[in-house]
Design a protein around this ligand. Structure first.
Ligand code: PGA
Length: 254
């Protein structure tokens, strides 16, 4: 990290399609009681539970948002949620381009870029997920894939917008598999991503938060968050276990 530049760490929970009213309430209560406020945090529950989070987190510094959004303002898009709806309930962050959306729901780089444009236009913070599959890593194209995924957005929004965008580097082979990237493996890619941004604008690159995601656990969080270009984490499975998630958040200092 360049001297004098401090990026506040951010730890986000991606609940995916899990939870119910009572398990959510228990998780939120334990989190509010255990989290020491050492970093920024955001929770992404299934969209129908956003009102529950809005209610439970009122007055707290814990942010929340939806796991997916449509880029159109409104209309005949059955099953979709728009940004005004997310804003109605106080969402601050929007997860965009998660690998499960890309793989299972056909989201291309072009669709992801449209979503980032829409989220920024609404004044919310996109958390842009990128990352390579195992096949791509083994083929030695990790950097190329990350570059393509970033470039698709960069060409639409310009480099200045990356002051607002949070990037989550999530190697697909590490998601939900228990195989965390080593701190060094993750740092290598994070540093590459930051250099990509720095080639456009060094000041912006120094401010952009780049989170790591993929089987983050309490036991691996500290070493990951200690890397110079890792600015927090996006946590799936472990975010459904109150003690684990509290420990991960509390390991993020600064
Ligand atoms: P995981 O999920 O922590 O369960 O690997 C991370 C994610 O998909 O964001």
């Amino acid at each position: 990290m360049e001297a004098g530049i401090m990026r506040r760490l951010l730890v986000a929970a991606n609940w995916k399609m899990n939870g119910d009213m009572s398990s959510n309430a228990a998780l939120l209560a334990a989190f509010k009681a255990g989290f020491n406020g050492s970093a920024d945090t955001a929770i992404f529950p299934p969209a129908v539970y956003i009102p529950q989070l809005a209610d439970s987190l009122k007055g707290s510094a814990i942010a929340y948002g939806v796991q997916n959004i449509h880029f159109e303002e409104k209309g005949a898009f059955t099953g979709e949620t728009n940004l005004a709806m997310a804003q109605d309930f106080g969402c601050q962050y929007i997860l965009v381009g998660h690998s499960e959306r890309r793989e299972l729901f056909g989201e291309t780089n072009a669709i992801v870029a449209k979503k980032v444009v829409a989220v920024l236009a609404a004044g919310l913070i996109p958390m842009l997920c990128i990352g390579e599959t195992l096949e791509q890593r083994e083929a030695g194209v990790t950097e190329q894939i990350c570059k393509e995924q970033i470039d698709a957005v960069l060409t639409q929004v310009g480099i200045k917008a990356f002051e607002k965008i949070v990037i989550a580097y999530e190697p697909v082979w590490a998601i939900g598999t228990g195989k965390t990237a080593s701190p060094e493996q993750a740092q290598d890619v994070h540093s590459f991503i930051r250099q990509l941004l720095a080639a456009e604008d060094a000041a912006v690159a120094a401010k952009t938060r780049i989170l790591y995601g993929g089987s983050v656990k309490a036991s691996s969080a500290q070493a990951l968050f200690g890397q110079p270009d890792i600015d927090g984490g996006l946590v799936g499975g472990a975010s459904l276990m109150a003690e684990e998630f509290v420990a991960i958040c509390n390991a993020a200092q600064g």
